[in-house]
Design a protein around this ligand. Structure first.
Ligand code: ZN
Length: 88
């Protein structure tokens, strides 16, 4: 993984339960067709394919709160509209 030392901004929109596990909902940005967010545990960006939803964590930091995974979205109103359905 390419390390990026410059600290970026990370936006957690809230938390959402899926099958009784609570996951953070993280706002991503579009970086050349990939969804990207800054992880302050790994001190690097995590990249995922372009689709909102629950993802396995890319964290390598064992202390990360994202070990179980996280929900990524590019919709900053995600927690408000509540209309989305998620597949595991
Ligand atoms: Zn991480």
């Amino acid at each position: 993984m390419k390390r990026i030392e410059k600290e970026g901004q990370m936006i957690i929109l809230g938390y959402k339960k899926v099958n009784k596990t609570k996951f953070p909902v993280i706002l991503c940005e579009n970086d050349r067709g990939m969804m990207k967010f800054w992880c302050h545990y790994c001190k690097s960006y995590h990249y995922h394919g372009m689709a909102d939803g629950l993802r396995a964590s890319h964290c390598y930091n064992q202390d990360s709160e994202y070990g179980n995974g996280y929900i990524i979205t590019m919709n900053e109103n995600y927690m408000k509209d509540g209309a989305k359905k998620w597949k595991l």
